[in-house]
Design a protein around this ligand. Structure first.
Ligand code: NAG
Ligand code: NAG
Ligand code: NAG
Ligand code: NAG
Ligand code: NAG
Length: 268
């Protein structure tokens, strides 16, 4: 799911291949039947943002070349992921068309700022293609995200409302070369502005300092794009390993009094 792997497209599952064959045999029937296909039911979105410096750190781990474009100076969208309960997915829903760059051409300028691909060794649109084909197509059962254009447009609108840059800044949490932040401090700052709903914060290791740095923020939304709990509030007390969702989702952020970095994006 993480940005470092975005270009490694998950191969077709057996289910999908079976559906492809079925479609070839039974022409014009799309792969939408829950009996022949995997279960594409979902009830919420996870709206995930990433901190470009941390994405570069990950890029280094996986041998990508990283370049933060000059227009990028804030958190970026990683994806808008239809999700079933406190789990992950569905993904790779073959219920709508493959990525078509032409469809999002009117949005490209904004996408380059708020949903940037900062892997310099990949095609500009490959991140968008990956997110659309893995996650976006599963969202097309909802009118607000019924096609590729609407899916990206909606994601940009969510960024205007829920940008982690703004939400953190509102609570005095600013990127800094020297100040470090604690997990509960970040979570509380975000929750306060999201109707007291729990969020997921992810970290990655800074190879230069050996410390952790903030990497992702995940906000959970209902199908009307209102914040909902990412996990039960009682699980917050011990969010290292309690709760179904959190067991599946091991955040690498240090807990307790240990703080982590939120390094500024260098001026271009
Ligand atoms: C799909 O998943 C939903 C939610 O978990 C469940 O209610 C539904 O029965 C499932 N449908 C099928 C066909 O398995
Ligand atoms: C990239 O990783 C190598 C070790 O794998 C490290 O020496 C180097 O400092 C890293 N570069 C950056 C920009 O973090
Ligand atoms: C992409 O979308 C454009 C505009 O709707 C259309 O003209 C074109 O045929 C599409 N390309 C593919 C490969 O479907
Ligand atoms: C990059 O993506 C665009 C839009 O999808 C496509 O037209 C172009 O051929 C791609 N370039 C390469 C080198 O793959
Ligand atoms: C947030 O939720 C917690 C746990 O349910 C509750 O104790 C607290 O009062 C709530 N705060 C606000 C501002 O609603």
């Amino acid at each position: 799911m993480n940005a470092a792997n975005f270009h490694n497209k998950v191969g077709s599952t057996n289910m999908v291949s079976r559906c492809v064959i079925l479609v070839l045999v039974v022409t014009l029937i799309d792969c939408i039947s829950p009996i022949t296909c995997k279960n594409d039911t979902w009830d919420r979105f996870i709206f995930t943002q990433e901190w470009p410096i941390a994405v570069c750190e990950k890029a280094n781990e996986t041998g990508h070349k990283c370049l933060i474009p000059s227009q990028v100076n804030s958190w970026g969208i990683h994806g808008l992921w239809p999700t079933n309960g406190h789990t992950r997915g569905p993904t790779e829903c073959h219920i709508s068309k493959d990525f078509n760059f032409t469809m999002i051409k009117p949005l490209v300028e904004e996408l380059q700022i708020f949903w940037p691909n900062i892997y310099a060794d990949t095609n500009m649109s490959s991140f968008w293609k990956h997110e659309w084909e893995k996650h976006g197509r599963c969202a097309t059962t909802l009118p607000a995200t019924a096609n590729e254009y609407l899916y990206f447009k909606q994601s940009l609108q969510l960024m205007k409302k829920f940008s982690a840059s703004t939400l953190l800044k509102n609570k005095g949490i600013l990127p800094s070369k020297t100040a470090h932040y604690r997990l509960d401090q970040i979570q509380f700052a975000l929750m306060q502005q999201l109707g007291n709903k729990t969020v997921i914060v992810e970290c990655t290791k800074d190879s230069a300092t050996g410390l952790y740095m903030i990497f992702e923020v995940e906000i959970c939304l209902d199908k009307k794009f209102n914040p909902i709990n990412c996990y039960a509030i009682q699980d917050r007390q011990d969010n290292s390993d309690s709760g179904h969702f959190l067991r599946k989702h091991k955040s690498r952020c240090p807990r307790g009094q240990k703080a982590f970095e939120y390094p500024p994006i260098p001026k271009h």
